[in-house]
Design a protein around this ligand. Structure first.
Ligand code: GLN
Length: 546
């Protein structure tokens, strides 16, 4: 496309966030914090993540690889950074907000097969880079946003990132520096032996970016110590940026402090200045700061056990952990999470493992490993009046536990774990039985659910119909519904279209709820999830009765 043509077409501004020196510097949090500040100044902002790996989406990745797979309303299985974007902005994301190299290539190859490039050799430049640019501009062209912030996964210099960096270079050339901005996030390490902060890794990483034809406009420097004026000057001079464009990003005690830290450093003002946008409206962070105030000044403390099998990696349960932060703030209580590996739980050690806890969550998961421990934990919570929240697999485990220990259906199970179980209380739906592909074939995204009035969830949700996000293949088996309900495990949430049971609870228990969906995907700072809020409240009550 001709540059002048693009400039006339497009009024949306594009910001790219790249990473240098090291991975795990928190590009997602910086992107989300900047977006928050711009949103607080009344700009319409969204964030996008470009992931350089070849999987079509992270849905087929083990959580140990990349942490949790986040799910959007439209059923996209996405990078966990999209969770941060929604939690910070309270704006929904969609499939368009997360694109992988696999998806880019898939779409280019499909076009090639359809004959769209007939006669041409299909190449990384221009075909792959054009596809990348289109995916970025797709969000801009909706007209819904003033600013698109696109985070490029990986680190500058990675072979996989090259086409993305080239696409950014082209967009900057086509649309100009006041329409396309590059923020480079780097590390300024402190060398103990030398007793100083070192700028060289940043200089090298900026140089590498320059070799690809991109001059960073703003440097965000992750550091454990404050950057002195001298260091800022040095970074500005050697990295070819203005001194006010050197932004310090000091380690914070909570990610929710980062927007304010970025505000103090002026990341939003320098961004607006470089994009020729007005900074006349001051950022309104009143609601955000109210949350922070409550989060940082809890009146009491509770202990919640998170029972799962990916507990070694905290990122595996990112959205659940964040939901507890939101719900804790509402209840003005510090929620301390104890991660418990389900593989090491058994009937003998269960009371020891759950000692001192005021509630437990059995986490989502796949496969057989660790499920007997989860079932033991459910039994303990049920028998000891310990508040219980079962999420997805955690709901299925609650059904299995009830079937085994209350209905005495020996070896009741999910057919996922034991295809030959005599009592398949959790089973595949007929339409799932013929599916063999693993990617993108689960029940995904937002589904409606009708809530029974006279129930825990009836009072939790202030609504008779809710919509929650799903990500699972197996379902509550309706053939056992009568038996389970008569024995006291009530079905209190039903999918109005399919009749599927989405929520179970025990009315005779102080607080026992299992949900087939994932409430954690919808909890945000501005709108904490009512189920987590109510569960924390129940655990708080439990702690007072001890
Ligand atoms: N493995 C279960 C299923 O596929 C639960 C999935 C989950 O917990 N997200 O139904």
């Amino acid at each position: 496309m001709h540059p002048v043509y693009l400039r006339q077409m497009n009024t949306t501004k594009y910001i790219f966030v790249t990473g240098g020196v090291s991975s795990s510097l928190g590009k997602g949090i910086i992107a989300a914090s900047l977006a928050k500040l711009l949103q607080a100044r009344d700009y319409r902002v969204t964030i996008q993540k470009l992931d350089p790996y070849i999987n079509i989406d992270p849905g087929t990745l083990n959580p140990y690889e990349h942490g949790e797979c986040y799910v959007t309303d439209d059923g996209a299985e996405t990078d966990l950074d999209l969770g941060h974007y929604e939690r910070f902005l309270n704006v929904k994301t969609s499939q368009a907000n997360n694109v992988t190299t696999g998806r880019i290539y898939q779409s280019v190859i499909e076009k090639e097969r359809r004959g769209e490039f007939l006669g041409k050799t299909v190449q990384v430049i221009p075909h792959i880079t054009n596809e990348i640019k289109e995916r970025v501009q797709l969000l801009g062209n909706t007209g819904d946003y003033d600013i698109i912030i696109t985070e490029i996964g990986g680190t500058v210099g990675d072979i996989e990132s090259l086409p993305y960096i080239e696409a950014v270079r082209q967009m900057k050339w086509e649309m100009g520096d006041d329409n396309v901005l590059v923020i480079h996030l780097t590390l300024v390490p402190f060398l103990k032996a030398a007793g100083e902060l070192k700028t060289k890794p940043t200089q090298h990483s900026v140089k590498m970016l320059m070799e690809s034809g991109i001059k960073a406009d703003i440097l965000v420097c992750r550091t454990e110590y404050h950057l002195s004026d001298d260091i800022r000057k040095k970074l500005a001079l050697f990295c070819n940026v203005q001194q006010e464009a050197v932004i310090e990003s000091i380690d914070a005690s909570t990610i929710y402090d980062v927007p304010n830290l970025m505000l103090e450093e002026g990341l939003d003002t320098i961004t607006l200045k470089k994009l020729n946008l007005s900074d006349a409206t001051p950022p309104n962070l009143e609601r955000w700061n109210k949350f922070l105030q409550r989060h940082k000044n809890p009146k009491s403390e509770i202990h919640i056990g998170l029972i799962g099998k990916y507990v070694e990696l905290q990122d595996s349960y990112k959205s659940i952990l964040e939901s507890f932060i939101h719900a804790g703030a509402v209840n003005e209580v510090k929620v301390k999470i104890t991660s418990i590996h389900s593989e090491y739980i058994n009937a003998e050690n269960i009371s020891e493992k759950l000692k001192g806890l005021h509630g437990i969550v059995v986490a989502p998961g796949f496969g057989e490993r660790g499920i007997e421990g989860k079932i033991e934990a459910v039994r303990y919570a049920r028998e000891n009046n310990l508040p219980y929240l079962g999420i997805c697999l955690g709901m299925q485990m609650a059904v299995i536990e009830y079937a085994r220990n209350v209905l005495h259906l020996k070896d009741a199970n999910s057919t996922e774990m034991n295809p030959k179980t005599p009592y398949p209380v959790i089973d595949l739906m007929d339409e799932q039985k013929s599916i063999t592909n693993k990617g993108g074939t689960m029940r995904l995204g937002a589904w409606k659910c009708d809530i029974k009035k006279d129930s825990i969830v009836g009072s939790v949700y202030n609504s008779e119909t809710i919509e929650e996000r799903h990500r699972h293949r197996y379902e509550y088996n309706d053939e056992y519904r009568n038996q389970l309900e008569e024995a006291g495990l009530k079905a209190t949430g039903i999918n109005p279209e399919t009749g599927l049971v989405e929520i179970v609870e025990i009315p005779s228990h102080p607080w026992f709820v299992g949900v087939q969906y994932h409430p954690e995907y919808k909890s945000t700072v501005a709108s904490p999830h009512p189920l987590f809020v109510a569960f924390v409240k129940a655990a708080l009550d439990h702690s007072k009765n001890e």
